[in-house]
Design a protein around this ligand. Structure first.
Ligand code: M6R
Length: 366
């Protein structure tokens, strides 16, 4: 049932080229100019005319929401707020007519997310769901939505569900952007073509597995880790840190790279591994200076860079090269080495990666 893999988590990481294309199948075809999500149609106008989008989720799904915030704001020009479902539901949030809620959940059973939906619904908001499990409670509680079609995710650490969530959220945003006219036809076409390249690029990123395993061996005894990224890669830093802590029990923090100097920089010494997601995007130069700041304090830098990067290999102790892709789509690729890194470290530490201590696959209690 693990398809020859030692753990479900590894199987699911390796399934991503397939799960991402399954997610796009019948929905996106760049050449035909096709981009449709059947489940959206009835309420699409609500989303297109939304004054604000509120995204509610927990954990990894919340990280997918953060990436979507950048994507929706860039291409749809709609303000987005991303909320932890558990905070949103208990703070008497302002929900106005014209707000649209997007709830993201792999299991579709997360108690806090479900309660946040019920609250927003009671105030008259329209709710879209992005769920993996068909017929789940959240899928049923929402007005409309789109499934991620990633297939069953067994490992407690969410991997293929995350990349599928991003795929769906990007498609939703591009449909809205097209309808609103906030994206040119040319740009839309360019992004659709790029979306179609993602499965092959993830496949290439998976070829880094052996290299990442040897990096894992170097760091398996670390007590702490810092993950840094900017822009679209900031939520990827959070996700990389979450993956590591939940399955390897190593304390890890994800931060926006520029926030480092407001506190976490004090943690850096010659023993601190710092993972930079430093792909070639609009914040590249800024991230390069953040790497220098860490190097100056003797931190051990592991950098995820774009293939062919000439500069960062001179500064980082370890460099992991991922294929180039439009920056808005990079999280789907740049997260893959981080999933593998946490997996190998956890295995080397003898941890139960598929069922880490204290964690359940769906958190059905608040
Ligand atoms: O099923 P959901 O997407 O609603 O679950 C949300 C979180 O519980 C989940 O993402 C959790 O953080 C994972 N264990 C992360 O890998």
């Amino acid at each position: 049932e693990k398809g020859g893999f030692e753990h479900f988590m590894l199987k699911e990481i390796f399934e991503q080229p397939r799960s991402i294309s399954d997610c796009m199948r019948g929905r996106l075809d760049a050449q035909k100019g096709r981009l449709v999500l059947g489940g959206l149609r009835e309420y699409l106008a609500k989303l297109t005319n939304a004054d604000r989008i509120l995204i509610v989720a927990c954990g990894t799904s919340w990280h997918a929401g953060l990436v979507a915030e950048y994507f929706f704001e860039e291409f749809c020009r709609i303000p987005v707020e991303v909320e932890y479902a558990s905070e949103f539901r208990y703070r008497n949030p302002v929900i106005r007519e014209g707000d649209v809620v997007i709830a993201i959940s792999q299991s579709g059973e997360t108690a806090d997310t479900l309660a946040a939906i019920e609250l927003a619904k009671s105030k008259g908001a329209i709710i879209f769901g992005v769920c993996n499990v068909v017929g789940s409670s959240i899928a049923r509680a929402t007005h409309a939505g789109a499934y991620t079609h990633a297939g069953p995710e067994i490992g407690v650490a969410s991997t293929k569900a995350f990349t599928a969530q991003l795929t769906v959220l990007n498609m939703i945003a591009l449909i809205v952007a097209q309808k609103k006219g906030t994206i040119t036809e040319q740009k839309l076409h360019e992004l659709l073509v790029e979306m179609e390249t993602i499965p092959a690029k993830v496949e290439r990123a998976l070829k880094l597995n052996d290299q990442i395993e040897s990096i894992a061996a170097e760091f398996k005894d670390a007590r702490n880790f810092i993950y840094l990224g900017r822009g679209y890669n900031f939520p990827v830093a959070l996700e990389g840190a979450l993956k590591l802590k939940e399955i390897s029990y190593i304390h890890a923090e994800g931060y926006p790279a520029a926030e480092m100097k407001h506190g976490p920089i004090a943690l850096i010494d010659e023993e601190m591994p710092v993972v930079f997601i430093a792909t070639n995007d609009s914040s590249y130069e800024k991230v390069v200076s953040n790497i220098q700041e860490v190097r100056a304090r003797k931190g051990r830098v592991i950098a995820i860079v774009t293939e062919g990067d000439k500069l960062i290999p001179k500064m980082a102790e370890f460099v992991i090269e991922v294929p180039s892709v439009h920056e808005a789509l990079m999280p789907m690729v740049s997260v893959v080495p981080l999933q593998l890194l946490s997996y190998h470290i956890a295995v080397m530490r003898g941890c139960n990666v598929d069922q880490p201590r204290n964690l359940a696959k769906s958190v059905t209690v608040e």
